[in-house]
Design a protein around this ligand. Structure first.
Ligand code: NAD
Length: 348
């Protein structure tokens, strides 16, 4: 049995990653499309065998409620549109898989969670890294203290952007700059690895003066997070740096270094540890699996078996609360405290 999905927004991610990934899914299939470009939608529908009557636009979106072939909606729109389309989708009686970042603000996330609760539908944020095998292996090694206690983590996610007219550079559609778009991977992955929630953040933010790319959104954010165990982590994100997506976890008796950590594929994990007097460094290679397919099938399993997703809406809300504190810290030039939360499993 496969869950039928409507994909909303036919941009880069939907066309290049998600629709092909459905071909590797065991419990999910694309059955409907929602787009503002009829010609593009017709072409894509033909390619993926989607019926013409299952093609909707942003005005007819709510009519999905009358389509029993669609059980779930995958929201792949600019960030500033996630809240509206999640709420309307839940009101149409569908389960919602929403791309990251969940929305623009914590308040929007709260409204999305409430709408799905009212409609008794599931809500999941598409944090694909949490469904990727190599990152999951590091999580297990960290949480089992395989190399002892974690003492420090550093993470960086950077790339270059060139088009100031793209929605990612408009505050209303993007909600922010490098931080919610790509810095979020550092933030969310560190929380995922540790299973702990930060109690304090301290941040610094910079945008090159006069650069049209950064009229509305920031270029760079660098931030520290303090965790209840005493651990401090260091992260940065940049919109004008050659692509680099990596982290390193330093534990008492070893380190785990992940290059291409947040990439769509090709994670490169190296682990170094002491064996007697010898220092050993090993490269770890796991079988390649499509992480988008794993994420989508996880949500379908939750729908079919009535389970709570591993990355529910509350997980996205927590990231947005932390990002709001990061921006506040950068603005005010001082550490900002976060409410104490008893472990990540609170969200499950
Ligand atoms: P994109 O610009 O390629 O596509 C966005 C789509 O939204 C386009 O089809 C566009 O026509 C449509 N759209 C509707 N109304 C629009 C408006 N007012 N302005 C601009 N576009 C509008 O973007 P994308 O890279 O596919 O990103 C879509 C979402 O997916 C974002 O939330 C992004 O953060 C997320 N994303 C996630 C990953 C991941 O690895 N999980 C990767 C890329 C993007």
């Amino acid at each position: 049995q496969r869950v039928g999905y409507a994909l909303v927004g036919l941009g880069h991610l939907t066309l290049e990653e998600l629709l092909p990934a459905f071909g590797e899914c065991a419990r999910s299939k694309p059955v409907a499309l929602v787009s503002g470009s009829p010609e593009k939608m017709q072409r894509v529908a033909q390619q993926y065998g989607i019926k013409p009557e299952n093609c909707y636009n942003y005005e007819t979106y709510d009519q999905l409620k009358d389509n029993p072939e669609v059980q779930a909606i995958y929201i792949v729109l600019p960030n500033g549109m996630h809240a509206e389309y999640t709420i309307r989708g839940a009101e149409a009686g569908k389960h919602i898989l929403c791309e990251k970042p969940m929305a623009n603000t914590p308040e929007e996330c709260e409204a999305m969670i409430a709408a799905c609760q009212r409609a008794q539908r599931l809500l999941m944020v598409a944090y694909r890294i949490q469904y990727e095998a190599t990152n999951r292996l590091v999580r297990d090694l960290v949480r089992n203290q395989h190399y002892g206690k974690v003492k420090y983590i550093e993470a960086f996610n950077g790339q270059s952007s060139a088009n100031p007219d793209h929605w990612r550079h408009k505050i209303a559609l993007a909600g922010g700059g490098a931080l919610p778009d790509i810095g979020l991977y550092c933030l969310n992955t560190i929380r995922f690895l540790l299973g702990e929630e930060p109690t304090e953040v301290f941040a610094y933010q910079y945008s090159t003066p006069g650069d049209p790319l950064f009229r509305e959104v920031e270029e760079m954010v660098s931030w520290q997070m303090r965790f209840p165990s005493g651990l401090v982590t260091n992260s940065a994100t940049h919109y004008q740096a050659h692509e680099s997506r990596r982290y390193r976890v330093m534990a008492e008796r070893g380190w785990m270094n992940m290059d291409a950590a947040f990439a769509y594929q090709g994670q490169q994990l190296a682990i170094s540890y002491a064996e007697g007097q010898q220092e050993r460094t090993e490269e770890v290679q796991l079988p390649v699996k499509n992480q988008f397919a794993a994420e989508i099938d996880h949500f379908s399993t939750c729908i079919l078996e009535g389970k709570r997703p591993y990355t529910p809406g509350e997980e996205g809300l927590q990231d947005h609360r932390i990002m709001a504190a990061i921006y506040q810290s950068a603005r005010e030039g001082r550490p900002v405290a976060l409410p104490h939360i008893e472990g990540k499993d609170r969200f499950r």
